[in-house]
Design a protein around this ligand. Sequence first.
Ligand code: UD1
Ligand code: MG
Length: 454
Amino acid sequence: MGDGPHAVILAAGQGKRMRSALPKVLHPLGGRPLLLYVVDAVRSATGSAPVVVIARGDTAVRDLLGDVATCVQQETAMGTGDALRSVPEPLRDSGPVLVVHGDSPLLRPETLQRLLAAHASSPRACTLLLGIPADPSGMGRVVRDAAGHVLRIVEEADLPPGEAVPLECNAGVYVFDGAQLWPALDRLRTANAQSEYYLTDVVALLTGPVEAVVVPDPDEVLGINDRRQLAAAEAVLRRRTVDALMLAGVTVEDPVTTYVDAGVVVGRDSVIHAMTTLRGATRLGAGCEIGPMAILTDVRGGDGVVVGSSHLERCELGDGVLVGSYCRVRPNTVLASGVELGTHAEVKNSTVGAGTRISHFSCVLDSDVGEAVNIGAGTVTCNYDGDAKHRTTIGNRVFVGTNSTLVAPVRLGDGSYIGAGSFIDQDVPAGALALGRSRQRNVEGWSARRPLRS
Ligand code: UD1
Ligand code: MG
């Protein structure tokens, strides 16, 4: 990436308050690890790859970041000041250094740009971001002098009892003058409530003005320390994502009950009905109608797709596909354009050709189905013999009568016709009629002769 301002993201904390085996910054938010939001915002604001301080031996975070950042290790989590001190000499820039906490995923790139611009507007030792959140618990408070310059930051646990608590909170986002920052880190001491090297203490050690920029949207300063804050951030992000969809021309019937991951794309004039969840890499075209109560995960859909209250995962839907209610479309399924699934249909690991209809209560598993096929209600492809899975192959324009049982491996040739209620365990030639059922027998006059019911 380009040679923009130097940036460091702190992501080596233990995240004790999450009470989790997973590193805090890897907890998913809107479907992706929360650290990635911070990395994206910083890269977009600075135009260059940041340095990320990770915990010693944290291969999961290192693997996640790949080459989008340069990872450096903090030996032991001894506080935010110590984390920044872990940046080795060759990576210590003497110009402006942007420092951001890895647990603040709601920061907008524009806010970081505003902070960088403010810092550049006059000679300063530091410019820091602050906000006034509705719930400031756990946050450091910013103490200013009468002229508005920042004097120091006091952590909540270190607030002197009985004194007025400042309303302004430290967002954990700073631009430092590198020439002053790096030497000052060596002067930090641990005489505080948590016995840690606080980065916040650096502010009082700098010479020259320390100024503050107030973020207008207090949601941006939300740091994720515990799972209540994770849920609060999720709600904010969800609202942002759903708002963006609506502004891009999608009707969202009930934004409050619509759960959409950050990376989801939906084309204009689509309608999302209430209580619908769109997850992961789901991408839908224009004019679709989804829900109510649909769950789509990693679904690629064309234009004009209609999905009722159904669950779909890792599948592709061509233009105009119609999935009725209570269906399940499972991974590795491709439904070509115009395919219709009735109610309670299940399709897995299958390709289904254009214009094919799979009626209610049918189960199509491990199958390749041609175009313009009609699969009658209650048809099942028996894919499993107890040891292995086998495929069912159905040609074009095949008619499968209601309640048929197709025992794989089996092939139904183009244009063949399967009588309703058939049990089919042998291939059917193209154009043939297959009747895999016992013949009907009528017993004349039986009703009159049967024993009377009491
Ligand atoms: C910190 C600030 C607080 C601010 C708040 C904003 C300090 C001392 N306090 O508190 O003023 O209001 O953020 O969200 O800085 N980290 C490391 N190594 C460590 C400790 C932390 O890399 O040894 C990283 C964490 O992974 C995290 C970030 O630094 O991403 C902040 O640490 P955290 O423990 O969350 O600090 P807060 O208590 O939130
Ligand atoms: Mg925090």
